[in-house]
Design a protein around this ligand. Structure first.
Ligand code: FAD
Length: 503
């Protein structure tokens, strides 16, 4: 196996990975490894926007209050404070790096989303915020000679010796295995794990690799039971499912069932802009009674194509005209609040291993994420990671015997079958509404699959590890809170407040 050395290894080319690389400035050589095309990420798919307290009627304190309330008692107040305080400067930084946020005559054009008490969502070309931000960051990265981006390069293992992360084992675009070591540190920015569930809005790359790599290396994972199900994915069979952004409800669209009832009135005072877990569960309840669910956006009328061009084009492709037709919707797995436990500088419990973005758990989301806070989290904590990793002295490379890694072989057809099996198990046993019996049965199925799936099926095995951790965490929390709902323990219990399940 050949061996290459660099200063920083960044794994992932979403907002967290790219912001880390750019924030490292010219402090050393950076290698960004990303397993598919450079733009294949959840960041690219993000639609609605990025939250920051930049409006006249807003303040970081108000943003903090909304975030804490939505997180239902499990947020880390210090992290949230960091997020909201750094929000406005981060928007300036992204603008400086080339993002052109939409503006109106009197300043920023700010949208409204569920659980936000004021309009504070910045967006790009209406509903292409993720692509807008990520494409500018990628452009900037390619301008910088000390940063190299390697697409189609899969990180298969972290190399940890004596509690220190030295580098990674990776498979490059020619399917050659290499050892890559880092003088400063390794940064995991591998995103979430939506693909572990059957119905998801997440990109195909989100097979939970980062959680599994970290777990195998001995890093702590926390709060993994908290999954956010987005209420309004377009109900057309596809993977990933296309998202109808919450910003559409922010502009006045509302949910109806096939009896024409505006049913959210029955479930929450904030109706269609209630927290996502409430809206998803309400839809689930309606569906259990045999109802089909639609989004009525006809009130937005002729301004729909201009305000939501991407959503408009996608709906029209499926023969749905949002100006006149009801849009069929269904909840889908969207985001994981838990992740690799980090401090405010993205440090994990393994020396020189850092994490940021969706794969990390800084504690900003608690039990439920406030809409549009995750792009912000990725960008804010990536800057902090860059500051702390660049301050480290160079690691003196010891003579390390790297084991020959078993060559990765995946039969794509067989991998697809295994993946679908895992996704079905998780959706059926660990979905929007959970209970002990279903979780235990899910665990049995996942453990059986672990015995069956051979080592070469890298992504499948990562999905299994991630699935098992989510199931075990969900079983352990005998209450309901935010994105974790147990029908056998429907109450939110004081004794579980501030309790975090660490694996
Ligand atoms: C459809 C959709 C819409 C959304 N809309 C919004 C929104 O409007 N506002 C908001 O704040 N949030 C939104 N989110 C959530 C948000 O997009 C994500 O939480 C955020 O972009 C995550 O960024 P990230 O950089 O951590 O990970 P990602 O952007 O997912 O990037 C992960 C990267 O890691 C790479 N990777 C993974 N495993 C490996 C491996 N083994 N080896 C090498 N590379 C690897 C991937 O290829 C990818 O490049 C949305 C999510 C989705 C799916």
């Amino acid at each position: 196996m050949s061996m290459v050395q660099t200063d920083y290894i960044v794994i992932g080319s979403g907002i967290a990975g790219l912001t880390t690389a750019l924030s490292l400035g010219r402090t050393g050589h950076v290698m960004i490894l990303t397993k598919a095309k450079q733009e294949e990420s959840n960041s690219w798919r993000a639609q609605g926007g990025i939250a920051a307290a930049v409006g006249e009627d807003d303040s970081p304190i108000l943003h903090q209050e909304d975030t804490l309330r939505t997180g239902v008692g499990l947020c880390n107040v210090e992290s949230v404070n960091m997020l909201v305080q750094m929000g406005p400067n981060t928007i300036d930084k992204l603008s400086e790096w080339g993002t052109r946020f939409d503006r109106s005559d009197d300043g920023w054009s700010l949208g409204r989303e569920g659980s936000h008490s004021v309009s504070r969502i910045l967006h790009v070309t209406g509903d292409s915020t993720g692509a807008g931000i990520t494409s500018s960051l990628l452009e900037k990265v390619h301008e910088q000679s000390n940063i190299q981006l390697h697409p189609h390069t899969v990180v298969q293992e972290l190399i940890v010796r004596n509690g220190i992360c030295h580098g990674v084992i990776m498979m490059d675009a020619e399917r050659k295995q290499q050892v890559l070591t880092a003088r400063k540190g390794v940064i995991l920015a591998t995103g979430g794990c939506g693909q572990v569930f059957r119905y998801t809005t997440n990109d195909l790359v989100t097979t939970g690799d980062g959680f599994a790599l970290a777990h195998r290396a001995g890093a702590k994972l926390v709060d993994m039971e908290f999954i956010q199900f987005h209420p309004t994915a377009l109900a057309v069979e596809q993977n990933p499912m296309f998202l109808i952004s919450e910003a559409v409800r922010g502009e006045g669209a509302f949910l109806v069932n096939d009896l024409g009832e505006k049913f959210m009135k029955r479930y929450h005072d904030w109706e269609d802009l209630a927290p996502r877990d409430v809206v998803s569960r309400s839809i689930y309840t309606e569906m259990q009674q045999g109802r089909s669910i639609y989004l009525d956006a006809t009130g937005i009328g002729d301004s729909f194509p201009e305000r939501f061009p991407k959503i408009f084009r996608h709906c029209m492709k499926h023969g749905i005209d949002p100006r006149t037709d009801l849009i069929p919707v269904t909840p889908a797995t969207h985001f994981i609040m838990g992740g690799i436990q980090t401090d405010l500088d993205g440090r994990t419990n393994i020396e020189r291993l850092f994490a940021c973005g969706e794969v990390a758990c800084t504690g900003v989301h608690g039990a439920n994420r406030l809409a549009s806070n995750s792009l912000l989290e990725g960008a804010v904590f990536a800057q902090r990671v860059a500051d702390s990793v660049s301050a480290l002295p160079d690691l003196l490379m010891q003579e390390i015997n790297f084991p020959e890694y078993v060559h990765d072989y995946t039969d794509p057809e067989q991998a697809k079958i295994w993946k679908n099996e895992i996704r079905e198990i998780m959706w059926d046993h660990c979905g929007i509404v959970r209970n002990r019996e279903r979780l235990e049965t899910g665990l049995v199925h996942i453990r059986q699959l672990r015995d069956k799936i051979e080592r070469g099926f890298f992504e499948c095995r990562n999905m299994l590890i991630t699935a098992q951790i989510i199931l075990e965490s969900a079983l352990a929390r005998e209450e309901s809170r935010g994105g974790h709902y147990r029908e056998d323990f429907p109450e939110t219990k004081d004794k579980w407040a501030e309790k975090h399940h660490v694996i």
